[in-house]
Design a protein around this ligand. Structure first.
Ligand code: CMP
Length: 138
């Protein structure tokens, strides 16, 4: 089934000028861009977006990182989008990411790992709605 996922190109990858290369890899892998914008998360935004990780020891570092510069947020559509996008980005830890994945190519560490990908259809919808209104999705 065709479905949607949500991604962010994180501040590390945007800072390093990898936005175009990452978007190219995404579209070349068969994902259609439904919505796209460059934006910067506030501390309140990041705390809400990552609320599920609130009790984790790395939460403060995660919020600090995700707010330090602009991100590029996108909604993507493809058959089996959520699972296929997670395959395309690779493991959270780039040391464990498979050859050919976005994180293998662009991530620096488990924290600064270049891209986000939703982990379920439900979270994809929640995360897309967090960043985009209905009239920004096509
Ligand atoms: P992601 O899986 O997209 O969403 C949760 C993020 O928390 C994860 O990417 C990393 O950026 C971050 N994260 C996960 N584990 C750690 C860790 N051990 N140290 C720092 N950041 C982490």
């Amino acid at each position: 089934v065709t479905n949607r996922t949500f991604t962010m190109i994180k501040p590390d990858a945007v800072e390093d000028g990898h936005t175009g290369a990452i978007l190219e890899k995404i579209t070349a892998s068969g994902f259609r861009i439904v919505a796209l914008k460059k934006t910067q998360m506030t501390t309140a935004d990041a705390e809400e977006f990552y609320a599920i990780h609130k009790e984790r020891p790395f939460f403060g570092e995660l919020v600090e990182f995700m707010t330090r510069g602009p991100i590029v947020a996108a909604v993507l559509e493809k058959e089996n989008a959520v699972a296929d996008f997670r395959t395309l980005i690779g493991s959270t830890n780039p040391a464990e990411a498979a050859e050919g994945t976005i994180r293998k190519q662009f991530a620096k560490s488990v924290g600064e790992n270049a891209v986000h990908g939703s982990d379920s259809d439900e979270n994809a919808a929640i995360e897309s709605a967090f960043h985009f209104s209905g009239r920004e999705m096509f």
